[in-house]
Write a protein that binds this ligand. Sequence first.
Ligand code: UGA
Length: 432
Amino acid sequence: MKIVVAGTGYVGLVTGACHSEVGHYVTCVDIDQSKVEKMKKGISPIYEPGLDELLKKNHDAGRLDFTVDYKSAYKDADVVFIGVGTPEREDGSANLDYVFNVCAQIAENVEKDCLVVVKSTVPIGTNDKVEEFLQENAKNNVHIEVASNPEFLAQGTAVVDTLYAKRIVIGVESTNAENVLREVYERYNQPIVVTNRRSAEMIKYASNDFLALKISFMNEIANFCEIVGADVEDVAKGMSFDPRIGDKFLKAGIGYGGSCFPKDTKALHWLANDNGYELKTIKATIEVNQNQKYKLFRLAKQRFETLKGLKVAVLGLTFKPGTDDLREAPSIPNVRRLLDEGAEVVAYDPVGMDNFKRIFPSEIKYVNTPEETLKDADLAFIFTEWDEIKSLDLSVYANLMKTPIIFDGRNCYKITDTEKSQVEYHSVGRKA
Ligand code: UGA
């Protein structure tokens, strides 16, 4: 079976690498020659633990290849996975241009019957349109079927999430498509849910939006905990023993970021509106998140009359640990506000600084250790709970900062420890 993967972003590249790891022959297509050359050497264009090793190992074993020559790649493919981006448009809807560009290339070049599998997150009904498009535009009198196979990997754990997925969702309209995908996934030995294409598309959005809803719910409970004197960490722990609730995604903080939850909540909300329905829970999820992003900034503004001229240490820039991705990271709008207020910002992140420099090339100072960040600072913000930051002893803040005042957006420290320390500590959903 010849598998081709279109797109070498998170979804495409990890899919291709993992399919080759379980023994399939895979070609990944990208438009950028220099990126292709790097991937052949085992250098991933994205920061993802374990991915470089997988690329190198399977490329050396002859199971995984990379090319810009999409014409030859698609020509004799049995299965083409589409893993390109579906970014947010200004109105919140999903932009499907990349998906249909790939479809046009497939239609133009396939010379034998094949199955096109949409892995990208796409609005409900898109797979139907993709099939219609391919059948109308296929040049070589071939039969192309389409299946939905949404992706559930998270950044930072993408390889493990794929090789040991909790479930594989397959949305098909024919037994042939189901059989081909069952053959692809046979080697993974994971539970397979088979449904129709629209339900599969909905499973992806409903899963992401439900997780986002859980986070926004806990953030609201956290804000209310502060008012009534409860501790959200204990509340979450107490809730988590009920298996109907579970112990995941109950962590309060400064909101969800990344390339998925913000985009997928807005896209589903937009799609519902477009169909004459209002998804009230998703609307509230989006609103709560928007507000929660600025929580630390608001707390700091209450604490200090003005931030003008103050030296602010920023610890952590990425939207979560384990990635260099800054998309929708709360650090970005907060740093912007700090600069607008006239604060002096010194930042540190173990892997996210190069990307941050593209947004703020010279407006802020970058340093190489948390300690350098804290030196002589008037206050510190924690935006990302990297282990390196969480394990920083509170005495380091007390010793290095001019005034050791911490605004912790990820509840990295135990309140009992902060009480014993010399720092003034503000966090989320717990007493100050
Ligand atoms: C998310 C989903 O977890 C994946 O299952 C999904 O496949 C992926 O989107 C996608 O659609 O591609 P990801 O965006 O990589 O994955 O990151 P998460 O680990 O889910 O975190 C998202 C955000 O929620 C982060 O900003 C994180 O800090 C925040 N979060 C997470 C919380 O604030 N509290 C929590 O308890 C958990």
